[in-house]
Design a protein around this ligand. Structure first.
Ligand SMILES: Cc1cc2nc3c(=O)[nH]c(=O)nc-3n(C[C@H](O)[C@H](O)[C@H](O)COP(=O)(O)OP(=O)(O)OC[C@H]3O[C@@H](n4cnc5c(N)ncnc54)[C@H](O)[C@@H]3O)c2cc1C
Length: 414
């Protein structure tokens, strides 16, 4: 096996596999590394909408994902305190068409596709533990095979696509631009026999205790994501100890006033996984000999469910930015390349990121929230925008404009 590459990509899931594919299209030689053996699952719902599906189509993997994934859906319904808002997602067939593919399947399809590109070599079960440096410039990685053998590889650029706890980010000493902790717990259950309307749709439930979202996925299953605050200490410890028993108990208690317990009455729970405490974080994306992609660079808490979109988008962008230079010249131009990468990412993702950071406060007054929800339910033009925002299709600016319009409209009769 060669020991020198144009790019070493650490992490081979959404960001890493997509980046390896995109770099190969630009003619670069790539070594893709991951400590896992694939296929391998990871904590994620992976609800994807039109813009992600368009990128996957461009990459040439959409048909395989459609064959392996669940049904496409274009409708959504939201339930909160007696208010029900439902309908088609906005933006026409392409934009509103959603798909929820389990990560075990999704990552494997992407990785398989990346490995087929000439110029991509993949090493699974290989954990990166250090960075090589010459005169302060990162020149490669040191890692370990599962049997403990240590090996090093060199490259013009090392990219950390190694997730929200990125070790490459830590070792490269990437500057933290913004970081806040998000005091929520999030658990994802896969269930069969979820009782839903005829046509597949995404469903959102809100109560004072938390929120739930349900998406149809492969094999007749549904993915159920529940979120509650870390201040619910009893639920935090019950979920930590026995997630499979805590899940139905929480649904019954927190969502008793909604349709969710009825929907889940005959359901069989296959698995429940989750985590407590998340981050909204944005880090420096590039330095001398290194770069970051995906969650390692910017991550939002799981209520936004857009990390895979951001990972695919960032991978495409990074490959395009790098393709303007010969790999030998990346080292002396990293400040320029880094600033182009950073500002292009900000242009597309910063408003969504800001929205994630402020959403906790937005509409936090229960009376104001109930009033807005009633207005949306009563206004046929507002419902698609609201449902589109809940599903990640509508940009935060459009949703904020809509809230402005709704709050300045005449009061509703009681
Ligand atoms: C509960 C939950 C629900 C979510 N739901 C959605 C959703 O519905 N839609 C959506 O778009 N996003 C969702 N997300 C976000 C999404 O999961 C992430 O944004 C996405 O996984 C980021 O992909 P990534 O490739 O950057 O990182 P990851 O998927 O975290 O992959 C990183 C890889 O790096 C490898 N790695 C790490 N360290 C090393 C090392 N030292 N050496 C070698 N390999 C290493 C890991 O093994 C891993 O395979 C959700 C997240 C959570 C937590």
């Amino acid at each position: 096996m060669k020991s020198e590459y144009d790019v070493i990509v650490v992490g081979a899931r959404a960001a890493g596999a997509a980046l390896a594919y995109e770099l190969a299209q630009e003619g670069f030689e790539v070594l893709l590394l991951d400590e896992n053996l694939f296929p391998s699952d990871t904590l994620c719902v992976n609800h994807l909408h039109g813009d992600s599906l368009a990128m996957l189509h461009e990459m040439g993997v959409l048909d395989r994902l459609l064959a392996a994934g669940g049904p496409r859906y274009r409708r959504a319904k939201f339930y909160s305190d007696g208010t029900v808002i439902g309908g088609l997602l906005p933006g026409g067939e392409e934009a509103s068409s959603c798909l929820c593919v389990r990560r075990q399947i999704f990552d494997n399809v992407l990785l398989d596709h990346a490995k087929k590109q000439s110029g991509v070599r993949m090493l699974e079960g290989f954990k990166v533990v250090g960075l090589l440096r010459e005169n302060g410039v990162v020149t490669g990685v040191i890692g370990q095979h599962r049997d403990g053998r240590a090996v090093s590889f060199s490259a013009h650029l090392v990219v950390g696509a190694d997730g929200r706890m990125s070790t490459v980010r830590l070792m490269a000493e990437s500057a933290r631009i913004y970081s806040e902790t998000v005091p929520i717990a999030c658990y994802v259950a896969y269930v069969t026999e979820y009782e839903q309307d005829d046509a597949p749709l995404a469903e959102f439930f809100e109560s004072r205790e938390g929120s739930a979202a349900v998406f149809p996925t492969s094999g007749g299953r549904h993915a159920v994501r529940i979120v509650f605050p870390l201040s619910s200490e009893v639920w935090c410890s019950r979920f930590s100890a026995h997630p499979e028993t805590a899940f139905p108990a929480f649904v019954a208690e927190a969502f008793g006033g909604t349709l969710l317990p009825k929907r889940l009455k005959a359901a069989k729970i296959e698995s429940v996984r989750g985590a407590q405490g998340f981050e909204n974080g944005w880090y420096q994306g590039m330095g001398a000999g290194w770069a970051l992609a995906g969650d390692a660079l910017t991550c939002r808490d799981p209520r936004y469910g857009q990390g895979v979109h951001d990972a695919l988008y960032g991978a495409k962008l990074l490959a395009a930015v790098l393709s303007d230079y010969h790999p030998r010249h990346w080292g002396r131009n990293w400040e320029l390349i880094g600033s182009v990468y950073q500002s292009a990412l900000e242009k597309r993702l910063l408003s969504r990121f800001r929205q994630a950071c402020t959403r906790t406060e937005a509409l936090s007054d229960p009376a104001q929230k109930a009033d807005i929800l009633r207005r949306i339910a009563a206004d046929p033009s507002a419902a698609p925008i609201f449902l589109g925002f809940m599903s990640g299709i509508i940009e935060p600016e459009e949703w904020e404009r809509e809230i402005g319009r709704l709050t300045t409209a005449q009061p509703l009769p009681q």
